[in-house]
Design a protein around this ligand. Structure first.
Ligand SMILES: [Zn+2]
Length: 452
């Protein structure tokens, strides 16, 4: 088991992963707010933390990955109101679409995916504890967290109190703020007349604030002081700062031992095919480029860096995927040559060093170059299968490798015909492949050949 080094936002340093419970790693990553279909930017934390979990499992840890679904939030009420729909119905539909869209990435599901709406009991208890301990107060049906009661407030985002804005307007534009202090943030929002989803609480009808939802959902599955809290870098303040403050105030300890944040996807303003505005929804990008290419694109940059979204970047990812698939066809099933062991080790070392996927991909490409440069023998694919498995790209080595050369050749010709939009020729080639006892299936970024 390698010791993983991970960049921790709180300390600002690379820190060794030393799990709370030896051999076990608990990860909580903030999931989407389900008010519309998710975009490619929401897919980045999903992919980064799913693959981090895979890597740690590969290293021998028992990993529990929790990715929540925020299905109670201002954005959902606003979107539902704008569409003249019930907020609960909109949230349910968007939750189902989120599950379908992320399923299509082919990475499986997190171990737990709690919904805020299913965690209301624990959230209310949590808020009551904060009130009882003097860290929160009720105000005309709302409940607010008293930020100045937490001496460590600001340690995660490295901000001074004076420079903080919770991003919450006055609870009711017609009335002055109910907060004791503008720094305070909402734990519970009293029901407004036009809000159609609410719950009963000791301080009145309403719904929880976003930050307390995550503290409660994380604790339900991982307890306090779990190993890694993740999410996009846009969540450091106020969301994660507030989650951490709530946990210190209610539980007397830190929520997580390490805080990992992924960089944002940058939309350059380039007009994307099949996208709305300049924000591409995940299902559209998947339909256009395929799951393997989308995963490849998302791991092509270091997770902490911003990642530019462009047609060229996705085409590049597609080309990389095709090249690996093609290389796979030149390998045979079985043990890889021992002289490539060092490259295999370097691949996993790169992931152990702050989950450096671009470095790992460079090593993987070097492995392919070396493995396929020997002219006569076709080397065993075990290393490549193992590396691709950790990246969620194991489908690039399907049974295709088993098909005879003439069938693979027909399949390649069919790919070219499809590329040229000559679908009649492609259909003929499919029939020819079938006559030879193989079925060709279109998969993301290429094809797969299965014995019939
Ligand atoms: Zn969260």
């Amino acid at each position: 088991m390698r010791e993983a080094l991970l960049h921790d936002t709180l300390s600002g340093k690379l820190m060794p992963l030393r799990p709370r419970d030896p051999g076990r790693v608990g990860i909580y990553a903030c999931g989407p707010t389900v008010y519309s279909r998710i975009h490619i930017g929401n897919a980045r934390p999903f992919v980064v933390f799913s693959l981090l979990a895979r890597f740690l499992e590969h290293e021998g840890y028992e990993v529990s990955l929790v990715v929540n679904i925020t299905d109670v939030n201002d954005k959902i009420y606003d979107a539902a109101r704008a569409q003249g729909r019930a907020s609960g119905e909109l949230a349910l539909e968007m939750t189902e679409l989120y599950l379908a869209d992320t399923d299509a990435l082919g990475l499986g599901r997190p171990d737990h995916e709690p919904l805020a709406s299913q965690t209301i009991g624990p959230i209310i208890e949590y808020i009551q504890t904060l009130i009882d301990r003097g860290h929160a107060y009720t105000a005309e049906g709302d409940v607010y967290f008293r930020v100045r009661s937490d001496e460590r407030y600001g340690i995660l985002s490295h901000r001074q109190l004076e420079n903080m804005d919770q991003g919450e307007g006055a609870p009711d534009p017609a009335h002055p703020s109910r907060k004791e202090d503008p720094l305070d943030f909402a734990l519970w929002k009293g029901r407004k007349a036009d809000e159609d989803t609410w719950w009963d609480a000791p301080w009145g009808e309403g719904r929880p604030g976003w930050h307390i939802e995550c503290s409660a959902m994380a604790e339900q599955f991982l307890g306090v002081g779990f190993d890694i809290h993740g999410g996009g870098s846009d969540l450091v303040f106020p969301h994660h700062e507030n989650e951490a403050a709530q946990t210190r105030a209610a539980r007397g300890g830190e929520l997580a031992r390490l805080w990992m944040h992924n960089g944002m996807i940058q939309f350059t303003g380039e007009k994307m095919a099949k996208s709305v505005g300049n924000v591409a929804s995940l299902h559209e990008v998947l339909a256009e480029h395929g799951a393997e290419a989308v995963v490849m694109y998302l791991i092509s940059g270091h997770y902490r860096q911003p990642l530019a979204f462009s047609q060229a970047a996705l085409e590049q990812a597609r080309a990389n995927v095709s090249r690996i698939r093609e290389a796979g066809r030149r390998l045979s099933p079985g043990e890889s040559p021992g002289e490539l062991d060092g490259l295999r080790a370097r691949f996993f070392d790169a992931l152990a060093h702050d989950f450096n996927t671009p470095e790992a991909l460079a090593v993987l490409n070097e492995w392919i170059r070396r493995a396929t440069s020997s002219s006569t023998v076709s080397p065993g694919d075990s290393h490549l299968r193992e590396m691709l498995g950790v990246l969620g790209l194991q489908t690039l080595l399907a049974e295709t490798a088993q098909a005879p050369a003439e069938v693979r050749d027909l399949a390649e010709r069919r790919e070219q015909a499809r590329g040229a939009r000559d679908f009649a020729a492609a259909d003929e080639l499919r029939a020819e492949i079938a006559q030879k006892g193989w079925e060709i299936r279109d998969v993301a970024g290429g094809f797969e050949l299965l014995p019939r």
